[in-house]
Design a binder for this molecule. Structure first.
Ligand code: URA
Length: 248
């Protein structure tokens, strides 16, 4: 099929958020018109630029295929997985978004971590952000059990080795804010990365909140559990490193 055409039943299903077989049924019943013409063949190819009208509602065919990216302020107690038998999942916070079931978290935060997580149905973007090759910076606000000392800054920068891990961690930026609070910027996105880095220096993370991905900051306007859709400019910010991180 030409790239700029699509099947009518697929377009109706995507735009009106209904199953494909239901879309076919309503098309056959003559309830759908395309550019002011009633079409009753579900397999009819329409241009992506067509206007579709169903029940008085007009949409542009291509809108149903637009990928969406949301920023969520993740509450503690939610898991970043497609399903979980024991805990609520992040995706369920999006129950009022059409086709929310086709959306996935971009990477993972631990169940007890709060803050910035992206949720999208754009698989390519998801891959670009999470691929280790992209070196996207992630910046966390950390509260620790013990004092964070100046010498930790150098140790984090050189790259630490955890006794349970084969590979050394890549250099991380540690900015001390107070005795037991710091900002940490990492690029790898490894399992429990920030918690493990602090274990390497005999400390422990007691609270963890993600504030940035790249230069994109968690919006101050989002309460925990709230989300907002991102635009193209926001998405570009993901690939600009956190301003103080020097990627030598
Ligand atoms: N590092 C961690 O240890 N946990 C997270 O949730 C994210 C980064």
């Amino acid at each position: 099929m030409a790239k700029d055409t699509l099947r009518l039943d697929k377009a109706v299903a995507h735009n009106f958020d209904v199953p494909r077989n239901y879309a076919a049924k309503i098309i056959k019943s003559g309830l759908v018109s395309v550019n002011d013409e009633v079409i009753t063949d579900p397999s009819c190819k329409i241009s992506i630029d067509s206007d579709i009208v169903l029940d008085g509602n007009e949409v542009s065919a291509k809108d149903g295929f637009k990928k969406r990216v949301f920023m969520l302020n993740k509450p503690s107690g939610y898991v970043c997985a497609d399903r979980d038998n024991n805990n609520p999942i992040v995706i369920n916070l999006f129950a009022d978004v059409p086709k929310f079931t086709s959306m996935h978290c971009v990477g993972r935060l631990d169940i007890d971590t709060t803050g910035l997580i992206l949720v999208t149905d754009d698989g390519d973007l998801n891959h670009r952000v999470t691929s280790p090759k992209s070196m996207v910076t992630k910046t966390y606000l950390v509260t620790t059990r013990d004092e964070i000392v100046q010498k930790d800054v150098d140790l984090f920068k050189k790259g630490l080795k955890h006794h349970e891990e084969k590979c050394r961690y890549k250099g991380a930026l540690l900015e001390i804010l107070s005795e037991r609070e710091a900002l940490v910027t990492v690029t790898e996105g490894r399992f429990h990365e920030v918690k493990r880095l602090f274990e390497c220096v005999n400390n422990e993370v007691v609270e963890l909140k993600r504030l940035y991905i790249g230069s994109l900051k968690l919006s101050d306007e989002l309460e925990e559990g709230e989300y907002m859709e991102l635009d193209e400019q926001d998405i570009e910010q993901l690939f600009i490193p956190y301003e103080k991180f020097n990627q030598e």
